[in-house]
Ligand binder design. Sequence first.
Ligand code: MF3
Ligand code: CO
Ligand code: CO
Length: 265
Amino acid sequence: MLLNKRRREAEKEKRQGMRQAGRFNAQLMDHIRPMILPGISTGHIDRIIHDYTLDHGHIPACLNYQGYPKSCCTSVNEVICHGIPSDDVLREGDIVNVDLTSIVNGWHGDQSESFLIGHVSDQARAVVQCAFDCLYAAIDAIKPNCRASDIGTAIVRIAHERGFSVVKDYVGHGVGRKFHQDPTISHIPTPEGRRQRLYPGVTFTIEPMINVGVRDGVQDEADGWTVRTKDGKLSAQFEHTIMMNQDGPEILTLTKNGPQKGHQF
Ligand code: MF3
Ligand code: CO
Ligand code: CO
C-alpha cells in the first residue's frame, strides 16, 4: 500500500519534472529561432543557448557530456548529427539542425529543428519537410502499450515513398534523469523494437535523421563527433521529447512559435 503510494508520487514527480524540462527547452528554441539567419556563426548560436540556459538557472546537457565541448549541436547540410558549433557562418542556401538539451531540476528536455537559411534548393526543402513529416507520422502512429517499432514503420514508409533514406546508426532514446537511457528508439523497424512496448509513463525522444542519398554516416576523425553522410548528400532531422500517457503521446517540447504539425516549409 505504502509502496504503491510512493511509486505514484515518484511517477507524478517525474511527469511534472519532465513537463517543466520540456517546456523550458521549447522556450529556449523559441528564443534562438529568430536569430538563425544568414551571417550568424554556429558558435554565436551556441553562446546564446549557453547564456540563456544559465541565466534561467538551468544546465546545458551537452556541455562536457562525454567530453562534448559545446552547449548544443549544429549540423549543417551533409552533417547528420553532432556537428560542433564553430566560427563557421551560416550562408544562404544552407540547412542547419540545431539540437538543444537542457537539464531542469535534474530532468532532461531534448529537441531539435532543422532550419532553411534564406532560399534553399528544392531538394534541401524536401528533405527538411520529410524529416518533419516523419517525426509527426511517428507521433501519430503510437499509443499506450504499442510497439516501439511502430515508430520506425511509420518513418520508413514516408521516407522511402519520397526516395530518401533513414539513418540506422543513430537513434532516439529514453530520456529522464539521464540524457540517454532505455528504451532505444530506432527510426527503422527492428526485432528489438518489436519486443519493446511503450507503456504509459515512459519518456523518450523521436528524432529521425533523413538523408537524400545513402543512410550511412562517417564520424569525423579529427573532432571525434561530427557525423557526415558517407556520400556527402544532405541530411535533415527533427526531434521532440515525448511522454506516453494513458490516453496517448504528449509532446513535451512543443514550442509556441515554431513549426506545428502539418507545417509546410
Ligand atoms: N541531443 C542529442 C540527442 O538528441 C545528443 C547530443 S550528445 C552531444 O540525443 F554530446 F553531442 F551533445
Ligand atoms: Co535525443
Ligand atoms: Co537532441
